[in-house]
Design a protein around this ligand. Structure first.
Ligand code: PRT
Ligand code: ZN
Length: 299
């Protein structure tokens, strides 16, 4: 594999981001075959190879220029950034794009019976977390003197084991907290998957491919919620119907053969079209409504 010619992207090998990351790359047009060691996917139709690793290693691989790109949670990126900066390590990596998956938040959670009235309630307490830099940074920003207890996992059981008073951990649905009799009391950061790149300039051919991929990712993200809608309507209802179409730019208006007062309207809606919207459109005079998924989009 010629590193001078081919882009290399690091993604999570096995975890919450893996399927989404591979799906995004496939939607960008990548066809790949998996190597024998299962660690490398070779791009067959694009000069782009995929390295499968633990998510925690991705920022280092990108910073050290072993990989040109990486897909990793904003929570990991932020923690690494703060830990590097604390050690005076620069340059780091550059965040290119937020991706539309892996959403969660890093939150302070307290036991159900803890009287939490604000950040100062944490003063003098022990906070268990796998994100010590992010937690310390948030505590310092809020002027709270507290002890950060760094764990490598199973943070949610730390208060019950007496290892800490409260925790700072990732939350998505909140059911893990609930099962452990903890209550989310403060959001430290919102997170989603990010695309990061090496701080090192790339040869022009690789830079060109990267720009193409970025445009494709944009397209993929735009079509996710987008729908193509077609309907018939009396001309008199045009204004109201345009108002009801969610997130659409100028629709195409086409006269209908054999009538003078009715038209066909075609529009791309950049938001999901719900049944409620269709019902409102029908009340406004629309008929023959058809909603189609959008496969690809290029601005
Ligand atoms: O093996 P490797 O190190 O690669 O994987 P990992 O175990 O470190 O990571 P993984 O696969 O659990 O998560 C990868 C990334 O997914 C994280 O870095 C986040 O960016 C993102 N993500 C999104 C989450 C969650 N949602 C999430 N809910 N990561 C972890 N959780 C955990 C959380 O730690 C807690 O234990 O899920 C539990 C809470 O979930 P709820 O739904 O009960 O609130
Ligand atoms: Zn990890």
């Amino acid at each position: 594999m010629d590193k001078e010619q081919r882009l290399r992207v690091a993604i999570q090998k096995s975890g919450r981001l893996t399927d989404h990351s591979l799906d995004l790359l496939s939607r960008c047009g990548l066809k790949y075959s998996r190597g024998k060691d299962q660690l490398l996917c070779y791009g067959e139709n694009m000069p782009l190879d995929v390295l499968l690793v633990r998510d925690d290693d991705i920022p280092d691989l990108v910073r050290e220029d072993v990989c040109d790109l990486g897909i990793v949670g904003g929570n990991v990126v932020n923690e690494k950034r703060l830990s590097f900066l604390a050690r005076g390590v620069e340059p780091l990596f550059e965040v290119l794009q937020s991706l539309d998956f892996g959403r969660c938040r890093l939150s302070i959670a307290v036991p159900d019976n803890f009287n939490y009235t604000g950040p100062q309630s944490l003063a003098g307490r022990r906070i268990a977390t796998t994100y010590p830099h992010t937690t310390s940074h948030w505590l310092a920003e809020n002027g709270v003197p507290a002890e950060v207890v760094t764990l490598s996992g199973a943070v949610e059981i730390a208060p019950r084991l007496g290892r800490a008073d409260v925790i700072c951990d990732l939350v998505s649905t909140g059911s893990t907290l609930q099962a452990n009799h903890l209550r989310e009391s403060e959001v430290v950061m919102q997170s989603q998957a990010l695309l990061i790149r090496t701080p090192v300039p790339l040869p022009q051919a690789k830079e060109d491919w990267l720009n193409r991929i970025l445009l494709r990712i944009d397209g993929v993200q735009q079509v996710k919620e987008s729908k193509y809608i077609m309907l018939h309507a009396p001309r008199s209802a045009l204004a109201e119907i345009r108002r009801l179409l969610p997130g659409s730019e100028s629709p195409t208006i086409i006269p209908l053969e054999g009538t003078t007062d009715k038209v066909a309207i075609h529009a791309v809606c950049r938001e999901n079209v719900f049944w409620e919207t269709l019902e409102s459109l029908k009340r406004a005079g629309a008929s023959s409504l058809l909603v189609l998924p959008v496969e690809k989009m290029l601005a």
